[in-house]
Design a binder for this molecule. Sequence first.
Ligand code: 7MF
Ligand code: ZN
Length: 880
Amino acid sequence: MQDTKPQTIYLKDYTVPEYLIESVELTVILDELKTRVVSKLTIQKNPKSKVDNAALVLQGEGLELVSVAMDGVAFNEAQYKQSAESLSVDNVPQEQVFVLAIENTINPKSNTSLEGLYLSSTMLCTQCEAEGFRKITYFLDRPDVMTLFKTTLIGDKDKYPVLLSNGNKVAEGELQNNRHWVTWEDPFKKPCYLFALVAGQLECIEDTFTTMTGREISLQIFVESHDIDKCDHAMQSLKNSMQWDEEAYGREYDLDLYMIVAVGHFNMGAMENKGLNVFNTKFVLARPDTATDSDYEHIEGVIGHEYFHNWTGNRITCRDWFQLSLKEGFTVFRDQQFTGDQTSRAVKRIEDVKLLRVRQFAEDAGPLSHPIRPEAYIEINNFYTLTVYEKGAEVVRMIHTLLGEEDFRKGSDLYFQRHDGQAVTCEDFVNAMESASDIDLGLFKRWYSQAGTPVLEATERYNEQDKTLTLTLKQSCAATPGQATKGPVHIPVKLGLLATDGSVANICIDGFVSNEVILELIQEQQTFVFEQLDKKPVVSLLRGFSAPVVLNKQQSLEELAFLLSHDVDTFNRWDAGQKMCSQVIFGLIDNIQQGQALQLTPLLVDAFANVIQQSWDDLSYFSLLLSLPAENYLAGQMDVVDVVAIHQAREFVKKTLAEKLQEQFKELYQRYHKDESGLFDSGAIGRRRIKNICLSYLATLETEESYQLAGKQFSSAKNMTDQMAALSVIVESKNPAKVQSLESFYQQWKNEALVIDKWFTLQACSSAEDTFSTVQNLLKHPAFELTNPNRVRSLIGAFSQANQLHFNAENGQGYQLLADQVIALNSINPQVASRMVSALTQWKRFDADRQTLIKAELERIVNAENISKDVYEIASKSLL
Ligand code: 7MF
Ligand code: ZN
């Protein structure tokens, strides 16, 4: 650790800024090794601050200070104080505006943290959220200081022909020594975390979008020249996003220009900088032969997400970083709605819930559990979590469910109208929603402050005489670090009833009749009585996953099979199948643990056969119904995770289904297998998805025929979806062509970084026996580098987070490998290193021997030399 113990920041300590920066004129003289930044800040005392004569403290990190001047007069060294993290000035004017001019230098090339100004191949670019602007120049680096930015970039004409920043280009010109300059002006005030600049040899594709009021917006996507043929889908996605936000939220774009730049070195997915989004190449570049269907879908979703931030994040931003979920939860909810509308609502909802239940629920149940609005942090970058994003989106979704479509729209309109141009809190958002409806959201606010996943116990009793069904719902929430006791929360429970013949039954409750109701649970326990039921109906509870809770309800395999065939709610129908599979697999896990022989219940085979027999319009949904629950989802439901038994039981089910339903899987494969390229309509996507699911079942048979099927698809595939699907089953099986296929894939794609990432991931995730040594060798592969986050995630991230079986090997070699890499990465890129620790945070879920092994590695990380506060916070809190 560093000499001083890292400081904790608390929400309760928030105070308004003592000073405001009205405007800034930045001049950046670009150079790989020594960039000069000249900043002229127009500052005034904040009229809302009650503190008089406070020192002006500007944040700055790793800056080489050249000079400071106030109102044109240079400071001597006695007139300011400098520390490793700040520049402060006492006695600044309290009554009038003043101009502070600061000059400093930075070295982008040595900046491997990828925060602030850095080099990605030959391109200079910035990442400022959350607190990266302080690595560029001294500033009031907090989101409630909103400033007008005017930025002049100066650089070599050959090295940096393209010079970009936020807003509109207002002037440009030439200088001596082959240099040129461009001035950008952003007419909207913004916090400095939304600042961006990009300089490099970039090419762009251009298009336009005409807004709802008839304004023509110019759209540009910038990439390195070799990627220019992979931008069309991103451009289409941008236009779809702009259109959708007008239709769904009445939101129009506000500048004349929207730019996206794709960079190969990026710590996360993308960034919503005003008018100049910077994206990970992974979420821009796509060509049918290089990107899978799911890549295409993610690109559209992320482009949407960043675009939607223009209103939920930029026009209205966060008061402080504790409010992060204000912009992220809402924007994720918006991008989920968008993707659902563009593709399939049923499939999108299922994919989102899968992520939430596996990853967010684990976070909520672990040592780093925190509310969607955290109360304390050491390093804010560690709080860009699944909880803030995904649970945050669920909380917004519950408001949507409680208010209904129409009032929710009224609420969002009111929120935009009330707070445009402001930096606000989560409370402001909920208040707007409350004002626009008749719904009391007082208790609901507890979702923002309480951590942990509520558990809902449901019991039902049918009374034949009264013809009533009584449903009792009881909520509870386990203690989380720092929150020993919990109160009840406001939970919307969407419910439907099915008659025994599978038809929809009427719901009669409190004198109202309908097909579907939303029960509102606000107490610890409540009872609901449904009347006029001649026969006991089957209850479909928590439809659409209407709240982020664990639902416990006794259900027989027969009842689940019934719901799988008949439920009209697409989410619950799928979930019934998942629950069936889970129950069966847990039974088999017991058998394995007790050394008993395994047998698959015909009920499951029949249920699958029944699904296959029906005709399906949405083939993607159909393929979800045929997918078994993931190993990590099963692990989340076990008291003591047994990774080997989970794997064996699940493989047994998969293989037995493949044996029993071989003919059906073959028929489906042949029916939907068309060697098509470049078709990205939902029909083609669905055909590929169902066909490839069938391929993966058939591959478990390990027959000559199945090897040939995969081999043929691999070598003849014209799109990446089919090629990857085939390679993946080859790598998973004992197919003799495995080594050769991997090698030919590498040779084919060695110049496409994003495809090589897939090649690493596929091997890292394999359940094959030799995976650990494969991973060790891949770490030494010439194409592997710790300085590229995508590569790190594709190998180290994939192995530790997506290969439960081998990462948790009994001898601890997986844990050791990860800790070694985290320690190496810590000094290169603390943010990415910290993310990699996450696989070690779940140690309480394992047996005593594994717990000991994992804790030893966490200790080793905490005690490593020069550990960053990013890594320190996660590793040390995990040990508590
Ligand atoms: C879709 O939120 C959903 C989430 C912060 C960086 C992008 O726009 C962002 C940035 C992190 C984690 C996830 C996402 C982002 C970040 C993200 C991207 C697309 N403001 Br860290
Ligand atoms: Zn975001």
